[in-house]
Design a protein around this ligand. Structure first.
Ligand code: KG4
Length: 333
């Protein structure tokens, strides 16, 4: 079964062609990050306008690189939630037009489910049930993946997402947007014990997280140093920050896997590209005897292939949308 999939939830326009869920025939991504970098973060209207400008060409490229024509497509899958509403609407309307003109089913896909599905592409042997940690620019959550389309949240950030926190800390350190990768690079060689940073816990909710206090602590350190004219050890601050985020994510995820009795743990989302977090997960999984699945860097961030993959399992579960399909800024997994 050939699915053409569309992802426009934030500042990446992505179109992919996948066969039977897990085989990627084409995966085209156009990132607008450089444009938004001028403003230090994603500007929603600019994101929507750029999706409109490039989505048609990306779809043509995806078809060409997959070696198929429009007539070969069996279904169109599209991210309809959560994300920037104007950005999502571009993808949803493009997907609707394509499905309508070809007379094929339209399959709505939840963005977070897509991130989890990136693991199915990277690991052909991976099947539910397993525990998943999704850490991206907009979400930080621990999910009980009981089946391909039966997913329950067991823990989540009460405030900022981990990626949002990386981006804000990077910004205050004068690094370009999106700041996760530059901050990761800066932290290499830094002393991760140089700065004492908070690791918040939420009473009675062991799998929930909070990152806003950590973000404020780093911002205060930077501003105090600026006021006093002190030279800050930026690599060590970046390393201490990455350690604090990792100390929030890794033990919770391991505890949730233990609590739910899962041997398999999958990580997903842009922040899963972080070197410290990846290394700590590898160590913790080896210590606890759990099998870890972390997608390659390209599949960690937003992409169309993950939407095509999840779209296949949604299709198999009977999920279809009509021409009334809308986009939603927030939506339960
Ligand atoms: O999954 P993603 O591409 O988009 C969303 O769905 O949000 O995640 C983007 C986030 C950004 O906040 C970015 O700074 C972060 O992932 N990120 C990283 C790294 N690479 C990307 N954060 C920490 N370390 C990295 N190496």
């Amino acid at each position: 079964m050939l699915i053409l999939s569309v992802e426009t939830s934030c500042d990446e326009t992505a179109v992919a062609v996948t066969r039977d869920g897990r085989t990627v025939l084409a995966d085209e991504i156009y990132s607008q990050a450089d444009m938004h970098a001028l403003y230090g973060g994603v500007v929603p209207e600019i994101a929507s306008r750029n999706h409109i400008a490039v989505i048609g060409r990306l779809a043509d490229m995806a078809l060409q690189n997959a070696g198929i024509t429009k007539k070969d497509i069996d279904a169109v899958a599209v991210t309809y939630a959560p994300g920037l509403i104007g950005a999502l609407l571009v993808g949803v309307n493009f997907a609707k037009g394509l499905a309508l003109s070809l007379g094929v089913p339209l399959v709505p896909v939840h963005h977070i489910r897509g991130h989890i599905a990136a693991n199915y592409i990277a690991y052909p042997e991976l099947e539910p049930p397993f525990l998943a940690l999704v850490v991206s620019g907009g979400n930080s959550l621990i999910a009980d993946v009981r089946g391909y389309t039966d997913i329950r949240i067991v823990g989540a950030s009460r405030d900022d997402a981990a990626g949002e926190c990386f981006d804000k800390v990077a910004r205050v350190l004068g690094l370009p947007y999106p700041g996760g990768k530059p901050l990761d690079d800066l932290s290499q060689g830094g002393d991760d014990t140089a700065f004492k940073l908070p690791r918040a816990k939420i009473d009675g909710c062991p799998y929930d997280m909070s990152f806003s206090g950590l973000k404020t602590a780093v911002v205060n350190i930077v501003h105090n140093a600026e006021q006093k004219g002190e030279v800050l050890d930026r690599p060590s601050l970046a390393a201490s920050f990455a350690a604090a985020v990792s100390d929030t994510l890794v033990p919770r995820t391991m505890a949730a896997a233990g609590g739910l009795g899962y041997e398999k743990i999958a990580i997903a989302g842009g922040v899963a590209a972080n070197s410290r977090i990846r290394a700590d997960f590898v160590k913790a999984a080896a210590e606890k005897g759990r099998t870890l699945f972390i997608p390659p860097l390209r599949l960690c961030g937003d992409n169309g292939a993950m939407i095509g993959c999840q779209g296949y399992y949604e299709f198999c579960a009977g999920r279809r949308a009509g021409m009334e399909l809308n986009a939603y800024a927030t939506m339960d997994v």
